[in-house]
Design a protein. Sequence first.
Length: 89
Amino acid sequence: MMAKLVDLLSVWVTTLLDVLFGCRHARFSFPVSPRRTVRRPQAGILTGTYVACLDCGKEFPYDWQEMKVITSPSERREYVAALAAKHAA
């Protein structure tokens, strides 16, 4: 219980600091799809492809079908829900 509270507080503080002083993530690298034999970065687990912010280095999942960067947690949830519906059909 305490660990969840600490994690939640950590995410909240990080988000607040990013809003006040963080990077706008306006410039991204070309999408990268590493081979399956290579350890995939955390950002690439969702879609298999990721991009990196050229200013701060943060990595984001990239959707080749929609040709867009998945930046927000709500977009990630929608993407996962769409994948689940596609696999269930």
